[in-house]
Design a protein around this ligand. Structure first.
Ligand code: PEP
Ligand code: MN
Length: 359
């Protein structure tokens, strides 16, 4: 993808970082226009609003549909902003392009589906329009699937192509709505160095208070822009209310972001070091979880008058981890020492439980 072009539109200059803002969903004409006017007054150039909404379960607000497309046209006419919406099938692409939507993005549930991606790519190609397209990462952390989705759009002739990092689903409760797994967009940057990558802190964080720190983190990591959900009355939003911020708050966030100087010689090293810091942080958190489970086992053994140490179990743990390490290009000896240290600490914690010092 060496011949990619910057995300750009006729008649309007788009500064770096690229900022796209607007509500999760277009709900009413007043909400769309009201939000858009405020955003435009604050200097936003690209307005987002979901017209078709892929919802996890039936019964939620599934988007206003084609009825909302004229509202986006009015946004453009009244404010001069360019407009963006999500497309997931041929009908969406045709309707959005007929209504002169200026940028299309493909959502995380769609980019995970090669059939849908191909249908969207074909429809864009057949439209003959030179529309910029952004492809969100698939919901599952699969870089090849993301790249494949991007390739389908590239093969349809799109050169104003970009990616959106919106985090990855994970089972259970976490501090993020979608796990950032920063190493994946970093690897995407390494694989496709010309591809602009935009961060979506709203869908990663899922909470208003995480928008600012995630945005700063993304800029520090060299992302090319941000797509942020902003609604004139977030508490009353029909979708994603807890992550949307008012245009005023958005303006405050954008004004407090620190733009880093491009410094290509140290940039990669900085990114990699940040990645190491995050991975170490994950390691500590995982170890803490493992110790909690060990203490739960200690409690169980205590209640059932079982001994703490069970030699066969210890051997099984070490041998399986050593084998797994070797399969993953690490030395077995290294893993043996890591797991004997972990096991030693687990036993120590269980002894504490036996002695009633911990639970
Ligand atoms: C959205 O941008 O509102 C959206 C539905 O995003 P995602 O595809 O990232 O879930
Ligand atoms: Mn949303």
């Amino acid at each position: 993808m060496e011949d990619l072009q910057p995300i750009s539109f006729e008649g309007i200059a788009i500064d770096k970082p690229i900022i796209i803002a607007g509500p999760c969903s277009a709900e009413t004409e007043e909400q769309v226009l009201g939000t858009a006017r405020e955003l435009a007054n604050n200097g936003i150039k690209i307005f987002r609003a979901g017209i078709w909404k892929p919802r996890t379960k039936p019964g939620g607000f599934e988007g206003i549909g084609v009825e909302g497309l004229p509202w986006l046209k009015r946004v453009k006419e009244e404010t001069g902003m360019r407009t963006a919406t999500e497309v997931a099938n041929r009908a969406h692409v045709e309707a959005a392009l007929d209504a002169d939507v200026d940028l299309l993005w493909i959502g995380a549930r769609t980019s995970a589906n090669p059939f849908a991606m191909q249908e969207v790519a074909d429809a864009i190609k057949e439209s003959g329009k030179d529309v910029p397209v952004l492809v969100k990462n698939p919901v599952n952390p699969d870089l090849e699937l993301w790249i494949g989705a991007l390739q389908r759009i590239y093969n349809a002739g799109v050169r104003k192509l970009g990616a959106i990092h919106r985090g990855f689903s994970a089972y259970g409760k976490h501090m993020y709505r979608n796990m950032p797994e920063w190493r994946i967009p970093i690897e995407l940057r390494r694989r496709l160095p010309n591809l602009p990558i935009i961060c979506d802190p709203s869908h990663i964080g899922g909470k208003r208070e995480l928008v600012a720190p995630l945005s700063q983190q993304a800029l520090d990591m060299g992302f090319d822009g941000l797509i942020i959900e902003s609604h004139c009355d977030p508490d009353c939003a029909w979708s994603d209310k807890s992550q949307q911020v008012t245009p005023e708050i958005l303006n405050f966030i954008l004004n407090t972001l620190v733009l880093r100087q491009e410094n290509t010689t140290t940039e990669n090293l900085t990114l990699l070091r940040q990645e190491i810091d995050r991975l170490d942080n994950d390691l500590v958190e995982i170890l803490a979880k493992r110790m909690q489970v060990s203490r739960d086992i200690g409690q169980y053994k205590k209640e059932h008058r079982m001994p703490i140490l069970q030699a066969q179990r210890y051997d099984d743990i070490i041998n399986s981890r050593v084998k797994q390490a070797q399969e993953m290009e690490m030395s077995g000896e290294f893993m043996r020492s890591v797991f004997s240290a972990i096991h030693e600490e687990s036993v120590r914690q269980q002894i504490e439980v036996f002695n009633d010092r911990l639970r």
